[in-house]
Write a protein that binds this ligand. Structure first.
Ligand code: HAS
Length: 556
């Protein structure tokens, strides 16, 4: 027996305000990406020794461009996409309207926050990178702007939680539909995770930038930042997992293997994503090795739900490939519907993620981390994860989502297919260049084109060129993506409304026994809090009070 992953299989009709919320978030996210990638191209060219520092009027320096790249792509695009896409999947999962006032407030908060942060960055008062470590100090509008972006995600989450509450009252004893379940867990995880950055910004950085307190505490700030900064990567990833679990199997002609296994994977992300932030601080002084060890061990734990995902998705693809006549150990893989640009982009994103996951393990291993930390290896890793698994999947999703939102067919599926491949080839070159350079000591966050010592290290030459070449190919691919999306939105052929491509599951959820507990978020949130207290409690208790000693610097 197979089951749908939604509350009722009839297509859900989006209310006008919901449609415009989803559209605005998705389109705004992509608009932001267009600015972010321009500065990404400059980063890649920098590694190839090409100095574009003075190429954009009004832009002042290397770190300003790198801040635009990181903040726009990693913080704003991802928040906007998650808000829009998870609102859609929750409404569809429950077959239920979302609170319009909350949606509207979330959208305006996101827009206002993005404008404020952009003002600070483009006026060169916030060249502090997307990690904004003090004692580098930004203008207060930067901190407040980012706080508003986070608040917009909270407001969206309240709309999702309210829908869950309303649905539960009308469906006592029923299992939460899987599509909504995955979306809810994503936002529960993120709401708990984002408390770190909220405290950092509101209690430490914003008052400091306004002159209300006179010093910053770099170690405490970094710790609060990475409390959020690791789980944020799963906030980027999980909306994509909703697509990989909930839609890709259908697009491939297969089915999702198991409903309960999927819920367990998402709950593992809820519990294990947050208490691992210290793995970004292996090299920081002032944190006991014990806590670094706990973070390292839990990081290996949070690797497992992704392995489970790899298994589930591969199985779904295999079913589809075999249905199309594929046989043998890997023959099925070539028979999945590669001609569907939405599917092919997402499968390429998965292949990239296999490498991204492997490099994550390298980073997580304390002793090997010493070799790669602060080298170009790290951006190599994250262009395979957020830059491939996440962003290439966004593009693949857009190839059905934009037609769905506009009731138009995709403009030039052939070009869309090519676009996904082009991006994939580009990002492979870029990441290989960055990682191979990183293993030879090539630094990250450095103006290589002007760093005199870079000229004396011949082993960085070829990796730098590969990085530059990959960046150019990626940039062309993203421009192609924008062309396809714009043409689809305005000139795609009109068609009747269609539903989301929703999969069925082979193993449905059980209505009795241990599985019921999976839907009781209270248990899992309690376990999450307990793990957080174990990982962070002793450090916080022994470290307090904050040492507000360092003055602010605007170095660039
Ligand atoms: Fe990471 C640093 C460890 C995942 C992003 N990471 C970063 C930074 C970013 C980032 C942005 O432990 C830099 C931050 C900064 O600016 O300093 N990361 C990990 C580990 C994982 C991991 C263990 N990272 C991600 C994801 C990201 C992301 C996801 C974004 C979305 N990362 C680290 C560590 C550091 C770090 C250290 C600090 C380094 C330092 O020293 O600064 C794991 O979660 C990865 C698990 C992934 C897998 C892969 C599963 C594969 C799947 C696809 C299946 C394929 C199919 C296709 C089905 C286990 C699900 C079929 C294919 C066929 C071939 C048949």
């Amino acid at each position: 027996m197979s089951t749908p992953i939604v509350s009722s299989p009839q297509a859900y009709e989006l209310a006008a305000n919901e449609r415009s919320f989803v559209k605005w978030n998705i389109y705004f996210g992509f608009a932001v990406l267009s600015v972010g990638v321009l500065h990404g191209l400059r980063q890649a060219l920098n590694y190839a020794g090409v100095d574009t520092m003075n190429s954009i009027p009004g832009m002042h320096g290397y770190y300003q461009g790198l801040t635009v790249h990181g903040v726009f792509n990693a913080l704003v695009l991802t928040s906007a996409f998650a808000n829009g896409f998870m609102a859609l999947t929750t409404a569809r999962g429950f077959n239920r309207k979302l609170n319009p006032a909350l949606l509207q407030a979330a959208l305006w908060t996101l827009l206002l926050g993005s404008v404020m942060a952009s003002y600070a960055i483009f006026s060169n008062q916030a060249s502090v990178l997307y990690t904004f470590y003090p004692p580098l100090q930004a203008h207060w509008t930067f901190y407040l702007g980012l706080a508003l972006v986070v608040i917009s995600t909270w407001l969206t989450s309240f709309a999702l939680f309210a829908a869950h509450y309303g649905w539960r009252r009308e469906h006592p004893g029923e299992r939460i539909p899987l599509l909504a379940y995955m979306s809810l867990v994503t936002y529960w995880m993120w709401d708990i995770a984002s408390l770190g950055i909220a405290i950092e910004v509101v209690v430490l950085l914003l008052p400091w930038s306004l002159g209300l307190i006179h010093g910053s505490d770099p170690l405490l700030s970094r710790t609060l930042f990475w409390y959020t900064g690791h789980p944020i990567v799963y906030f980027w990833l999980l909306p994509v997992y909703v697509s990989w679990y909930g839609m890709v199997p259908k697009q491939a002609g297969g089915k999702l293997f198991s409903d309960p296994l999927t819920r367990v994977a998402f709950l593992m992300f809820l519990c294990l994503s947050i208490p691992v932030g210290f793995h970004h601080q292996f090299s920081d002084p002032g944190i006991s090795p014990t806590f670094k060890f706990i973070a390292a061990a839990l990081t290996f734990g949070v690797f497992f739900p992704s392995l489970m995902t790899a298994f589930s998705v591969m199985y779904a693809l295999e079913i589809g490939g075999r249905k199309n006549g594929g046989s043998g150990l890997i023959g099925w893989f070539f028979k999945i519907p590669w001609r569907d640009p939405s599917l092919s982009a997402q499968v390429l994103a998965m292949i990239g993620f296999l490498l991204g996951g492997a490099t994550g393990l390298i980073n997580a291993s304390y002793s090997i981390n010493q070799v790669v930390h602060n080298t170009a290896f790290i951006p190599g890793h994250f262009h395979l994860t957020v830059g491939t698994a996440v962003v290439l999947s966004y593009m693949g999703i857009a190839y059905w989502l934009v037609p769905y939102l506009q009731d138009r067919t995709l403009w030039s599926p052939g070009l869309a297919r090519l676009q996904g491949w082009l991006y994939f080839v580009g990002v492979m070159f870029l990441s290989h260049g960055l990682m191979s350079g990183g293993l030879r000591g090539m630094p990250r966050r450095t103006m290589m084109a002007r760093a005199a010592y870079a000229k004396f290290e011949p082993s960085w030459h070829v990796p730098g060129l590969m990085t530059g070449f990959g960046g150019i190919v990626m940039f062309i691919a993203v421009m192609l993506f924008f062309l396809i999306i714009i043409m689809t939105a305005f000139f795609g052929e009109k068609r009747a409304a269609e539903d989301l491509p929703l999969t069925e599951t082979i193993r449905p959820p059980d209505n009795r026994g241990w599985q019921i507990g999976l839907d009781n978020f209270g248990y899992w949130i309690a376990i999450t809090v307990a793990l957080i207290v174990m990982a962070y409690g002793p450090f916080i208790v022994t470290y307090m009070p904050p040492k507000l000693t360092s003055p602010g610097f605007q170095a660039f």
